[in-house]
Design a protein around this ligand. Structure first.
Ligand SMILES: [Zn+2]
Ligand SMILES: [Zn+2]
Length: 346
């Protein structure tokens, strides 16, 4: 089968290759991928700015159909429509795994990063990580369940946004637009979304269409605008999704005293500067949110099934696997919010 492979360590080194079709071992299922979305971290791996273990088939956001089950799998059958959590390789024995946090186990090797992923016709996953796709949700919409679960983990579980709270999201990329929707589903009074001029064409208007208040940097001063929106208090919760050092430095200025700042953007740098004393004198709760738990997937799929969170409006490039470069470039340039690959066709 054709697969999109990161062949070694370094810049680029991504190409379509013929690889053998995988076989499901005990407890595993073979999944025929129907749609897979390109994540910012795939682009980071392309540029050698994210951990990975080459050679590896890329792709960790996907939806598919069970094609075959391995020995001992009883809960799934060929034809089932599924998505999958990504915590493959987690040991199951350490403190983190045993307390329900296998997403952060040191042994975890996610598909598309540490074992072969979804930018290919087939991939193999442990049955215990699968979830059924709710009826009425297309493969395309379900492919973005993983980033939805990441947004749920950050906004609903870590920052725990409560009804009536006022929320600012930094970065109108796919994660930011999902965090916006999750915050609204949590009952936020309103959600403002801050983006650069580059996002003015596609991403900030999408934020508005999804019920957010767009704030364009350069046109408006976000600190003054948030002060105006909150009677001078600042936001209850600020969610940083962009990983831009300027946004990291801005976040504490937007939060109210005793507010929360939730960081989930990858900066790709060893250090960034942070207005320490602003955060200190406001008594902020600064938290980091990484990946997603089992519970985040359960909640994400309920929100998607109910239409409280929609991934469809984010998918604006849909191409076959052979045109992967277009998808990667659209994501990197910010022209697209999210790009989708169809790996059955090349
Ligand atoms: Zn992702
Ligand atoms: Zn573990």
């Amino acid at each position: 089968m054709w697969a999109l492979v990161k062949t070694g360590r370094g810049e680029g080194l991504v190409e379509l290759q013929q690889v053998p079709e995988p076989r499901p071992g005990p407890g595993e299922v073979l999944i025929e991928v129907q749609a897979a979305s390109v994540c910012g971290s795939d682009v980071h791996i392309y540029h050698d700015r994210h951990p990975y273990w080459p050679p590896v088939v890329l792709g960790h956001e996907f939806a598919g159909v069970v094609a075959e089950v391995g020995p001992g799998v009883e809960d799934y059958q060929p034809g089932d429509r599924v998505v999958s959590e990504t915590s493959t390789g987690a040991c199951g024995k350490c403190f983190l795994c045993r307390t329900g946090n296998r997403q952060i186990c040191p042994d975890k090797r996610a598909p598309g990063i540490g074992r072969n992923g979804a930018f290919a016709r087939y991939l193999v996953m442990p049955a215990e990580l699968l979830h059924r796709i709710p009826e009425g949700l297309s493969f395309e919409e379900a492919a973005a369940t993983e980033p939805t679960a990441v947004a749920v983990h950050a906004v609903a579980e870590r920052a725990a946004v409560r009804p009536g709270e006022r929320v600012v999201v930094l970065g109108p990329g796919p994660l930011g637009l999902l965090c916006l929707q999750v915050a609204r589903a949590c009952g936020a009074a309103w959600v403002a979304v801050v983006g650069t001029a580059r996002s003015a064409q596609r991403r900030l208007p999408a934020a508005k269409n999804l019920g957010g208040i767009p704030i364009e940097l350069g046109r408006e001063d976000p600190v003054a605008r948030v002060a105006e929106l909150t009677g001078g208090h600042g936001a209850d919760v600020v969610v940083e999704t962009s990983g831009s050092p300027a946004a990291v430095a801005l976040a504490p200025h937007l939060a109210r005293r005793l507010g929360r700042v939730c960081e989930l953007g990858v900066t790709g740098r060893s250090e960034v500067s942070f207005p320490w004393d602003v955060a200190l004198f406001k008594g902020l709760d600064v938290q980091f949110s990484f990946s997603s738990r089992h519970s985040s997937w359960v909640l994400a799929l309920r929100l998607l099934a109910e239409g409280r969170v929609r991934t469809g409006p984010l998918l604006d490039v849909r191409v076959t696997l052979g045109r992967w470069r277009e998808a990667f470039e659209a994501v990197e340039s910010g022209q697209a919010i999210k790009a989708l690959l169809y790996p059955q066709e090349v």
